[in-house]
Ligand binder design. Structure first.
Ligand SMILES: CC(C)(COP(=O)(O)OP(=O)(O)OC[C@H]1O[C@@H](n2cnc3c(N)ncnc32)[C@H](O)[C@@H]1OP(=O)(O)O)[C@@H](O)C(=O)NCCC(=O)NCCS
Length: 291
């Protein structure tokens, strides 16, 4: 049977989905512990919400898990569960997760069939998960005691784990100098980066942290040690997308240094190149970052 339903993210209070969460998990205690987590997809037809699926991403962002999925009893067997799962699979694949996980009762061979039809493979078994002290009733499903939990996984063949984790990264570019004060004046007072911290005498090093507004990225300037400052190179650039020409002009005016000719002609036509007090180049681009 073909489902006539739409699937979208749920924005309302999770309380509204209490009955569906309860359909997927017999322990109200367990549901209370996770119902608020992650994102929830809902399937709707003319009668309202007929199914839900809760998608939770692991802390390291590598894996996603379908923690809860259910279809209203009068609408089961019509392809709605499959629609919800296929959307969760598509979202997780698009978000570069390495795999999608799901856990269910070993006793429920029907649900095991449902997941395996979607391509999930068995991963491992956790024994005695569905116990009375965790709020589960002592019941049988088709004569099999509700007791053990089976984990299944759908692998996306994404072995590019750094890509899967990319949202977890933050950027800090560190640069060494022999004239910390001059460089801080250039980037903080001229370019307009915000000073967010500094240190002195850390194992012979001084440093200043500057934040690139709106990005969360840092430029860390350090001085000290015994290796001296690096040698500038005309192709070694810090490119700042400042959004518009007025901002480029304002920064150039604050810096008061004449622009230099970019080595790479691309930058000559796409921005203004200036040199910092150490001779390293900064390109100011009057556009927004295009993703
Ligand atoms: C499991 C559940 C979400 C499936 O949703 P559904 O809308 O009924 O499933 P679909 O109609 O999309 O079925 C998809 C496929 O799984 C199979 N399937 C679904 N439920 C099945 C069942 N109880 N027994 C055997 N096969 C089943 C269907 O035959 C279908 O196969 P096909 O594509 O070859 O025809 C739904 O039955 C449900 O809400 N169950 C109660 C809650 C629950 O157990 N949640 C999972 C907890 S881990």
């Amino acid at each position: 049977m073909t489902a006539v339903a739409t699937v979208d993210w749920f924005e309302g209070p999770r309380e509204e989905l209490r009955a569906l969460f309860a359909l997927a998990d017999d322990s109200a205690t367990a549901v209370d512990g996770y119902r608020h987590l992650g994102r929830v997809l809902v399937a709707r037809d003319g009668t309202g919400i007929i199914g839900h699926l809760q998608l939770i991403v692991s802390d390291d962002l590598v894996e996603a898990e379908v923690r809860s999925v259910a279809v209203r009893e009068d609408r089961q067997g019509a392809g709605v569960g499959r629609m919800l799962m296929e959307r969760a699979i598509a979202v997780s694949r698009q978000e570069n997760r390495a795999r999608l996980l799901v856990a269910t009762a070993a006793a429920d061979v029907h649900v095991l069939r449902f997941y395996q039809l979607l391509g999930f493979r068995l991963l491992h078994v956790k024994r005695d998960v569905f116990t009375r002290d965790r709020g589960y009733p002592e019941i049988d499903i088709d004569g099999i005691p509700l007791r053990d939990q089976v984990w299944l996984a759908l692998d996306f063949g994404n072995t590019d784990l750094p890509a899967a984790r990319r949202e977890a990264m933050q950027l800090r570019v560190a640069r060494h100098t022999d004239d910390l004060d001059a460089l801080v004046r250039f980037y903080r007072d001229g370019v307009g980066l915000a000073e967010i911290g500094r240190f002195s005498g850390h194992a012979g090093y001084d440093g200043v942290f500057l934040e690139v507004p709106g990005t969360g990225a840092h430029l860390e300037l350090t001085a000290g040690g015994d290796r001296g400052a690096p040698v500038p190179h005309p192709e070694s650039l810090l490119v700042l997308y400042v959004g518009n020409q007025d901002s480029v002009d304002a920064i150039a005016a604050r810096l008061g240094t004449p622009p230099v000719v970019a080595a790479n002609p691309y930058w000559a036509t796409h921005g203004v190149t200036v040199e910092d007090p150490d001779g390293f180049r900064v390109v100011l681009v009057p556009e927004s970052w295009q993703t």
